[in-house]
Design a protein around this ligand. Structure first.
Ligand SMILES: [Zn+2]
Length: 308
């Protein structure tokens, strides 16, 4: 298996201010853990290009895009929502984060690699059609899905989102869009307090109570995901890979272990192998304990490589 690792130094310069859980230390922890692992020489390293503005405008509305554009250049730190802070270099980081996902889709669709992981920030899955939210500026996974639909004429893109928070932004962009099926698991109740079972038909939500772990998720996968995926027959699998359901994560109360992320990744790979030749593009969302995050990403990438 060949696996791309896509990142960019610009993602380190998105400064969210002192004490913010979504900080550059997250990417540094990931990279240093991968560099000291046996899989590092096996990864196909690639630098993220900036996403072109039309790719951003394909999933966000014009008023939001021009609001962000008019905010930069920016000299000071500025909160653009209760939790989302931007500063001087945030726009470059956000364009690299979305651009990494576009590049990953191109690498996987052209068979240059089997699958890809984007180690980027800011994360994306809370960014809605019209607003920044929950540490997210642009919805990276949605940009990737829309790019796959537009550039490769795909008709069925599956998004699996296992971040501990509901991917409300992705739901706002693709709810009731028959070209996308989203299977999401998340703690409930928890920020952003959305993602009920009565959502759009193409959103297969698995809310998990505080204290739940992989055992509970596996039961929900059987009930809520497998038939929907089989009916949908995805041509590409995207992953909103948040690692904040880890038992050590400070922002939530689920009990996933590092090994559970290996199992979850293998589950995603079984799905991709069954329907779309193993094509997977995974992008980093949350994960706020640097050690747990780095270990979990390593488990994720070992599984993507088939080296687990
Ligand atoms: Zn999260």
């Amino acid at each position: 298996m060949t696996t791309a690792y896509i990142t960019h130094p610009d993602c380190l310069f998105h400064d969210t201010g002192p004490g913010h859980p979504e900080n550059a230390g997250r990417l540094k922890a990931i990279q240093s853990r991968l560099e000291s692992s046996e899989i590092w020489p096996l990864l196909v390293k690639s630098k993220a290009p900036q996403a072109p503005w039309p790719a951003i405008s394909a999933v966000h509305d014009a008023a939001y895009v021009s609001k962000i554009q008019s905010m930069f250049p920016l000299r000071q730190t500025k909160a653009i929502d209760g939790d989302t802070v931007v500063s001087e270099f945030s726009l470059e980081a956000a364009l690299r984060a979305a651009g990494a996902c576009i590049h990953a889709v191109d690498l996987v669709m052209s068979h240059a690699v089997d699958n890809a992981f984007c180690a980027v920030r800011p994360p994306g899955h809370h960014a809605t059609v019209a607003q920044a939210m929950g540490f997210c500026m642009f919805n990276n996974v949605a940009v990737a899905a829309q790019h796959a639909i537009d550039a490769y004429r795909l008709e069925r893109v599956l998004i699996i989102d296992f971040d501990v928070h509901h991917g409300n932004g992705t739901e706002s962009i693709f709810g009731n869009d028959p070209r996308v099926l989203m299977c999401g698991s998340f703690q409930s109740p928890l920020y952003p307090y959305s993602g009920g079972l009565q959502g759009p038909a193409n959103m297969k939500n698995c809310p998990l109570p505080p204290g739940a772990g992989l055992h509970e998720l596996r039961a929900q996968i059987q009930t809520h995901w497998l038939d929907a995926i089989d009916h949908f027959k995805p041509q590409l699998v995207l992953v909103s890979a948040g690692f904040d359901a880890h038992i050590n994560d400070p922002l939530a109360n689920l009990r996933f272990t590092t090994e559970d992320y290996g199992w979850l990744t293998e589950f995603v790979m079984r799905v991709a192998d069954a329907y779309c030749d193993g094509k997977i593009v995974s992008t980093l969302e949350g994960g706020y304990d640097p050690n747990a995050l780095a270990d979990s990403v390593l488990a994720h990438m070992e599984a993507l490589l088939g080296a687990a």
